[in-house]
Design a protein around this ligand. Structure first.
Ligand code: ACM
Length: 263
């Protein structure tokens, strides 16, 4: 089974959701024949807030906010599924969230579990678990940026059946992209990191969005500083074969009884 999937890399304009909608309209059109497209973290708002007021001004409710509605409208028009990072407001609280939308509307969301640096000043810690969704017979999980440091969440999504982990990001640490294909390799899944580029005050984001396969091979990687759209036909059957050798299964060979110190 094949799924055409990939990323949009762009540079969100800080605190300007309408401008980011304009930018993404063009990129989504370029990705037009994809089944699934992943867009970076906090794509409606940008990242480096100076205060909570700024973060609140560019947040929105899901699904009624204009950015979510725009993505749903594009998903219908282009007949595709879209995963996007979004600055979410619910009951006066902010979450660093990723949504999955499709022609049928909002399928669901994930809220970033592992916050990075100043995000603790603006966002609540994710409280929506690690859901897995099905699109066109393919299982999709979502993680956000700094979640790359925590192998537990990649493993849990893979064990819940995710064929692809979609990873909207605003990566800062220069070595982060190296970890993504390794998470994919040890869990036998595809990974799509959609990263942003550009600078906001003292933070420079590293681009280099990446698609990797279940053997840890990089199938596509963007440059560090340009808009880019990359869509590939992924052979999902490769993510369903969990045998490392004829006698080794990636999940069944785990020895949880020998890991009592883990938690
Ligand atoms: C990050 O989690 N945005 C580095």
């Amino acid at each position: 089974m094949k799924l055409k999937a990939g990323f949009i890399q762009f540079c969100p304009t800080f605190c300007a959701p309408a401008e980011n909608i304009r930018k993404l309209r063009e990129s989504l059109n370029r990705a037009g024949d994809a089944d699934l497209v992943v867009i970076p973290e906090l794509a409606n708002s940008g990242y480096n807030f100076e205060n909570r007021k700024q973060a609140i001004q560019s947040a929105e409710e899901i699904p009624n906010g204009p950015f979510t509605q725009f993505l749903i409208e594009q998903a219908k028009k282009l007949d595709m599924y879209i995963v996007s990072g979004i600055n979410e407001m619910e009951d006066g609280k902010l979450y660093n969230t990723s949504i999955l939308v499709g022609p049928e509307g909002l399928l669901g969301k994930y809220r970033k579990i592992h916050l990075f640096m100043n995000e603790f000043d603006f966002f609540e810690k994710g409280n929506a678990g690690l859901p897995v969704f099905e699109i066109k017979g393919v299982k999709i999980g979502m993680l956000i940026c700094f979640d790359w440091v925590f192998p537990e969440v990649w493993r849990i999504l893979a064990m819940k059946g995710a064929d692809i982990i979609c990873h909207p990001s605003n990566l800062v640490l220069p070595y982060a992209q190296q970890a993504v294909p390794v998470h994919g390799m040890v869990n036998r899944i595809f990974c799509i990191t959609a990263n942003r580029y550009g600078t906001e005050r003292d933070i420079t984001f590293s681009g280099k969005s990446i698609i990797s396969d279940p053997f840890g091979i990089t199938l596509s990687q963007a440059s560090g500083l340009a808009d880019e759209v990359s869509i590939l036909a992924l052979n999902i059957d490769q993510a369903r074969d969990k045998m490392i050798t004829p006698r080794n299964h990636v999940f069944n060979d785990r020895r949880p009884d020998q890991y009592p110190d883990m938690y």
